[in-house]
Design a protein around this ligand. Structure first.
Ligand SMILES: [Zn+2]
Length: 291
C-alpha cells in the first residue's frame, strides 16, 4: 500500500495535470494531450518489441538496456517515451501515463535517468515504491479521479457497468474492473483468469471491495484453479458473457454461495462475484452482444 500522504500528493499532481492539459471531463481521457502537457513525446518509430540487435549499436545506452520484455521506457534526459507497440492500445495508454508519472512526481525527478518497465513493474502487485506510485498516478489520471466514482454510481452491480466505464474512459477492462471493485461500497470481488485448458486455469489477479473483505475475509483462491469450478467451465466452453453464475466458495464464515458474472475478452476471463441479495439496482440498460 502507498502511504496516505503520498497518495494525496500524487492525486494533487494528477489533478493539476488533468486541469492544466484541459483533459478533465473529456472522454475518453485524452492521453496524448496529457503526455505533451508533461513535455514528453512518444517515439512511435521505435517498437520495443522489435528492437533489432543491429540497431542497438547506434542506439543510446538507455535504449540498449531496453532488451527483454519491456513495455515502456522513459528516457528522462531526452524526454522521450518508448513503447511496446505490439500490446493492446488500452495497455499502451496506461504505460504512457505510468511513464508520465515517473516524470512528474517531483520526488522521483532527481533519481534515475531512465525508467524501464515490464510486466512486473506495471503489475498491481509491484513492491518498488516508485513503480507503485507511477501505477497509482496512471490509474488516478486515466480515470480522472472522482469522475470515475460519479460515473460508476450511475450503474448497478453489473459486470457490464465496468465494460461500459472502460469504453467511457478509454481504459482496459482489466484496469476498469479492478478500480470498480476497489472503489465499490458494495460487497464484490473480482477473479482474473488466464491460460485455460481442459484441466483448469491460472489465477492472474484477485481484487475485493473493502466491505467484501470485512464480511468474508480474504478469498482463498488457488493459483491453479480446477475445472470443477463452474466459472472455469464457462471459460473452457468459451462463453463470452454469462450473468447467472452461482458458485460456492470457502470464506472465513464457512462456505458461502455467491452469484457471479463471467466475461471473457479473449486476453483474460473475469469473474465478478457478489453475495446473494447484494443490492443491484440499475438505472441504465446495457446492450452488449454475446458471440
Ligand atoms: Zn515504472
Amino acid at each position: 500500500m502507498i502511504e496516505l500522504q503520498s497518495k494525496n500528493d500524487i492525486e494533487k499532481i494528477s489533478y493539476e495535470i488533468l486541469k492544466g492539459s484541459k483533459s478533465l471531463d473529456i472522454f475518453p481521457t485524452p492521453i496524448d494531450k496529457i503526455v505533451s502537457y508533461a513535455e514528453l513525446t512518444v517515439n512511435s518509430g521505435i517498437d520495443l518489441s522489435k528492437i533489432h540487435p543491429s540497431y542497438l549499436s547506434r542506439a543510446s545506452d538507455t535504449l540498449k538496456k531496453a532488451l527483454g520484455k519491456l513495455q515502456g521506457v522513459l528516457d528522462r534526459e531526452e524526454k522521450i517515451i518508448y513503447l511496446d507497440l505490439s500490446v493492446h492500445t488500452s495497455k499502451q495508454k496506461f504505460v504512457k501515463l505510468h511513464e508520465v508519472g515517473h516524470n512528474v512526481l517531483t520526488w522521483q525527478q532527481k533519481t534515475y535517468d531512465a525508467f524501464e518497465d515490464d510486466e512486473s513493474t506495471l503489475d498491481v502487485a509491484v513492491q518498488e515504491e516508485f513503480e507503485k506510485e507511477a501505477n497509482y498516478f496512471a490509474s488516478a489520471t486515466l480515470f480522472q479521479q472522482d469522475r470515475f466514482l460519479s460515473e460508476m454510481n450511475k450503474y448497478g452491480l453489473e459486470i457490464e457497468a465496468a465494460i461500459q466505464l472502460s469504453k467511457h474512459f478509454g481504459a482496459s477492462i482489466h484496469a476498469t474492473l479492478r478500480r470498480y471493485v476497489e472503489y465499490s461500497k458494495k460487497r464484490c470481488a473480482l477473479i482474473v483468469l488466464k491460460d485455460c485448458t481442459s484441466c483448469g486455469a491460472k489465477l492472474r489477479d484477485k481484487f475485493q471491495s473493502q466491505s467484501f473483505t470485512k464480511t468474508f475475509g480474504e478469498l482463498s483462491v488457488p493459483t491453479e484453479i480446477d475445472i470443477v469450478y463452474p466459472f472455469i467451465q464457462d471459460y473452457y466452453l468459451k462463453l463470452k458473457l454469462k450473468k447467472d453464475g452461482l458458485v460456492s466458495l470457502p470464506t472465513k464464515n464457512g462456505s458461502v454461495d455467491f452469484r457471479y458474472h463471467f466475461f471473457d475478452n479473449t486476453y483474460n476471463a473475469f469473474v465478478f462475484l457478489f453475495p446473494m441479495g447484494e443490492k443491484k439496482s440499475t438505472r441504465t440498460k446495457f446492450i452488449i452482444s454475446a458471440k
